[in-house]
Write a protein that binds this ligand. Structure first.
Ligand code: ATP
Length: 304
């Protein structure tokens, strides 16, 4: 067994290294403004944001032509409102956020921001208007202050500190021996998933974009962390057009509309209350998650 477990450990190590490497490359593209999959149209114009309305119209998309992922999706996120996308794993939820950020182009239909097709505007202006809080934030091997300031490089120390507090990570940073100068990332202090997500939220608060994409982490969080993150998200999404790729119940309950995606199609849509009344897929997902949350809460209270 020993003989087998060493290579398996090694494969795990290599896998993690490659994953980190890929994430670094993605950020490099972002930093160097290198275009990966898509190119600006020759006559691309900068996006003119008025209200920040997002529309998906009959969007069809496949990474591989043989396997359609989105099969004709239509919805609108009105100015300043929040729409949450939920659904089983692999349904195509994160793909929707990647298409809005224009990592890929749709094969049919269109995506518009304030009436402008994302293919007609410069990627730079599109991405400047969108704040993305990803599932798994990659931190630079630098100080935590640097990592937050990345949202707006000109931000003052005071602004960085305020953003950290709004994102509910300020108290945690104060407990670190070197405070805001503590080194984080692969070669420094390792932050938990919830802490990294709050760093990403602090960055986004500094960036102050009109449009927000929140891609929630799937990993289970304890109740206190979940509440802190929820408070941070509520703060950052206030008054901004927000698309949430949701895995947790707390974010969807207050969404103006919930879209239930299954196999690349919209199966149900409505508010939390409306969907519960339908007793369909959403209601059964909700029941299952509530049971899981209750079990977790019971286990936690037994430990305390
Ligand atoms: P989860 O809840 O597990 O995050 P999801 O609903 O967000 O799932 P997506 O990440 O949108 O799902 O993926 C939808 C499908 O597209 C999956 O079957 C996935 O394997 C496939 N897919 C995702 N990214 C790529 C890619 N870069 N190349 C090829 N296929 C991909």
């Amino acid at each position: 067994l020993m003989q087998l477990s060493i290579p398996l450990n090694f494969i795990g190590f290599v896998y993690r290294e490659i994953r980190q490497g890929l994430a670094d490359i993605e950020q490099m593209f972002d930093l160097l403004d290198v275009q990966a999959e898509v190119q600006d149209a020759p006559d691309a114009q900068p996006l003119k944001v008025s209200d920040g309305v997002i529309r998906f119209e009959n969007v069809k998309f496949a990474y591989d032509p043989k396997r359609p992922i989105l099969k004709g999706i239509g919805f609108e996120v009105p100015a300043g409102k929040t729409v949450a996308i939920v659904g089983p794993s692999g349904a195509g939820k994160s793909t929707i956020s990647r298409l809005l950020y224009r990592f890929y182009d749709v094969q049919e239909g269109r995506i518009t921001v304030d009436g402008q097709d994302v293919r007609d505007i410069t990627q730079k202006s599109l991405r400047a208007a969108i704040g993305m809080v990803p599932q798994d934030t990659v931190l630079f091997n630098d100080t935590i202050a640097y990592n937050i300031r990345y949202g707006r490089t000109g931000a003052s120390e005071e602004e960085v500190r305020k953003a950290a507090e709004m994102a509910q990570i300020g108290d945690f940073i104060k407990t670190l021996p070197e405070g805001y100068d503590s080194m984080v990332g692969e070669r420094g202090l390792k932050l938990s998933g919830g802490e990294k997500q709050r760093v990403a939220i602090a960055r986004t608060i500094l960036k102050a974009p009109p449009i927000l994409i929140l891609d929630e982490a799937t990993s289970a969080l304890d109740t206190a962390t979940e509440q802190e993150i929820q408070a941070a998200l509520d703060f950052v999404s206030e008054g901004r057009t927000t698309l949430v790729i949701a895995h947790r119940l707390s974010t969807v309950i207050n969404a103006d509309e919930i879209i239930v995606l299954r196999d690349g199609e919209i199966q149900e849509r409505g508010t939390h209350g409306e969907l519960l009344n339908q007793r369909g897929l959403y209601a059964s997902m909700w029941d299952r998650q509530r049971e899981a949350t209750e079990v977790q809460a019971r286990l936690q209270s037994m430990r305390e």
